[in-house]
Design a binder for this molecule. Structure first.
Ligand code: GRF
Length: 193
């Protein structure tokens, strides 16, 4: 025995992502969050290289088992995952997974919910809809995940201007900046609670 007192175990986070993974990268490199696993449904997605570079194990999941099998709960349990962060994950979570992590799954949405959310509202579709609606403001919403798309209780929102000259691409850039600035911090604060 070393005689050293053991502190409380660090909360182990799994990030679920389907794409480039720029948010995942920011969360991983913000030293305050213990990211233990990356879960991805897209072979070849950028987030898998980010995980490999950071030395974090990744789990490539397949549709049938995720929705109709054991939802990969055994792997999450084996990795002792306490908290799930969705960062550009494009599949709706099965109810059994949500039940297994009550109040411990969050998502980031690239608009000001409840507007511009729901099925089909992801990526450039969101920014196109915001611009076509003539909105002068957009932003990000970090929220708990429930069984409906983009519906759970909102934890944090931040806004940016939509200028007349904005295109879906330029707006996406502004939104990504907001996401990178706030998501790692909001996660760290939630994990401290
Ligand atoms: C983000 O804009 C996020 O709001 C949305 O998907 C995008 C993921 O981007 N849910 P990245 O893969 O983190 O770069």
């Amino acid at each position: 025995m070393s005689g050293k007192k053991k502190g409380p175990r660090q909360i182990r986070v799994a990030i679920f992502a389907s794409g480039a993974g720029s948010n995942a990268e920011k969360i991983i490199t913000s030293s305050r969050s213990g990211v233990a696993l990356i879960v991805c449904n897209k072979p070849g997605a950028g987030v898998l290289s980010i995980a490999a570079k950071a030395g974090i194990p990744s789990l490539l999941i397949e549709k049938e088992r995720f929705f109709n099998g054991d939802h990969y709960l055994p792997e999450l349990k084996e990795q002792q995952i306490d908290f799930i962060v969705l960062a550009g994950f494009l599949w709706k979570l099965p109810p059994a997974l949500i039940k297994a992590y009550p109040g411990r799954i969050i998502n980031i949405h690239p608009a000001l919910l409840p507007k511009f959310g729901g099925k089909g509202m992801y990526g450039h579709h969101v920014h196109e809809a915001v611009i076509s609606a003539g909105e002068t403001e957009s932003g990000i919403s970090i929220h708990y995940v429930d069984e409906l798309y983009d519906h759970g209780k909102i934890i944090f929102q931040a806004t940016c201007r939509v200028d007349k000259t904005d295109t879906p691409d330029s707006l996406a850039k502004k939104i990504h900046e907001l996401e990178h600035r706030h998501y790692p911090r909001v996660i760290a604060e939630l994990l401290q609670k």
